[in-house]
Write a protein that binds this ligand. Structure first.
Ligand SMILES: *[C@@H]1O[C@H](CO)[C@@H](O)[C@H](O)[C@H]1NC(C)=O
Length: 222
């Protein structure tokens, strides 16, 4: 017969293991084999991408080049350009839970407030000086911010809204690694004011405590 102490212990273990399970599912799944190179030609839709036959996998499935080339920061109003190296560029990243970006900044350029629904980000400054920050969730909305110089490293926790700004007089370059093969990006201004079709101006006016005309002006810009 199980004592009440033992049954309580079992119950607590069950709760903990369930919670651990949720934590593990919050990020990319663990691989179940050495690799699962994405098969770009497969019509099958799965969570992630279907594996290519390992026999036809080559070194080039794990390779890309050109990250020495700066993104063009003059093509948009924010003055930055993100070059993405995710599973779409390196098929071998499929199931490995990792990817990276190069971000170029014009002087005073920003990477606008955004969030990655599936990844934590760790950023290294290669060149320049940046102001970076993130905001914690609604219990506090605490703004954690810091100025970074060459060689400095900063972490943006999974899901939290964050940004970077080049505060130097020259171009800046960073490399950031992300804990997903496909982190996703939600740029806050674009998602809220540029939703297609529009989120009703009534809703946004109340949410942002603005008048409807201001909301419509913002919507016209995104
Ligand atoms: C980023 O730079 C590339 C070329 O370097 C350019 O083709 C692309 O339009 C730029 N993207 C943005 C969003 O400015």
């Amino acid at each position: 017969m199980i004592s009440s102490f033992a049954s309580k212990t079992l119950f607590i273990c069950f709760i903990i293991s369930t919670m651990t399970c949720f934590v593990a599912l919050a990020t990319d799944n663990n691989p179940l084999q050495d690799f699962c190179v994405a098969d770009a030609n497969s019509p099958v839709l799965v969570n992630g991408l279907v594996c290519k036959d390992p026999k036809v996998v080559t070194e080039n499935d794990f390779f890309t080049s050109g990250l020495n080339i700066a993104g063009d920061t003059s093509k948009n109003l924010v003055g930055s350009n993100v070059t993405t190296v995710n599973v779409a560029r390196i098929p071998g990243l499929n199931t490995l839970g990792i990817s990276l970006v190069r971000i170029d900044f014009a002087p005073w350029g920003i990477n606008a407030p955004h969030t990655h629904p599936r990844a934590t980000e760790i950023l290294t400054v290669i060149k320049g000086t940046l102001r970076v920050g993130f905001v914690t969730s609604n219990t506090e909305n605490r703004h954690i911010t810091k100025v970074l110089n060459e060689g400095d490293v900063f972490v943006f926790p999974e899901g939290l809204i964050h940004y970077q700004q080049n505060i130097g007089h020259d171009n800046a370059v960073v490399i950031a690694a992300l804990s997903s093969q496909n982190p996703g990006v939600i740029t806050i201004a674009n998602a809220v004011f540029g939703a297609n079709p529009d989120i009703s101006a009534d809703i946004l006016a109340k949410a942002f405590q603005l008048n409807k005309n201001t909301v419509k002006q913002l919507q016209a810009r995104f």
